[in-house]
Design a protein around this ligand. Sequence first.
Ligand code: B4P
Length: 201
Amino acid sequence: MTARTADHAVRLLIVGPPGAGKGTQATGLAHAYGVPAISTGDIFRSNIKNGTNLGLRVKAIIDAGELVPDSLTNELVQSRIAEADCVGGFLLDGYPRTVEQVSFLTSHLAESNTAIDAVVRLVVDTEVVVERLRNRALKEGRTDDTEEVIRNRLAVYANETEPIVAIYAERGVVVEVDGEGRVDEVAKRILDGLAEQGVRR
Ligand code: B4P
């Protein structure tokens, strides 16, 4: 699909625990809606790889499975979504991750009379995600995919990120999707769920 215009902008979020398949699904979903997929995790990792100041600041935090401070993450997302390719909307993957980040994003979007249209929530059993991330560790060697750090990331998710789902649920924009099964099956469920929610492609 070609890029969307401002008149038909779509603003989406994808949330779920580490290993739920956010990054895996984000690319295809963003393509289907003609918007860019923006992963805060990918942005941090590429800064770490390139040895930038931001990368140096966040490396130890990410390696421990903790969250990067809200102020830093909010600023990063604010400037990314101000870029020209986001005029027709965006798909945010891995942001917001705290109640504070939700408040920031909501106020920021309200300044331009816009809001999030839908939040895709991927639901996957804890042992399934641990197994997926163990497999990824073998293939990709991500430094935050060790058993200990995976468990910590899951705990951080439960404490810090899970509460954001209730905020969006109150706004009536959450689309809950079973994230288990084949990647293409999950992708279809997401598209069907968004269509049911009335989010047009
Ligand atoms: P992320 O990059 O968001 O890492 P993640 O939660 O593990 O998600 P990821 O996208 O990699 O995994 P996915 O669910 O796609 O964040 C990394 C770190 O950056 C955080 O811990 C934090 O420190 C920092 N950070 C990022 N955003 C932040 C924010 N907003 N605030 C503060 N700090 C922030 O799972 C992918 C794996 O599952 C793959 O191996 C894939 O092959 C597999 N998989 C997916 N779907 C599958 C399926 N259907 N079947 C089998 N395997 C599947």
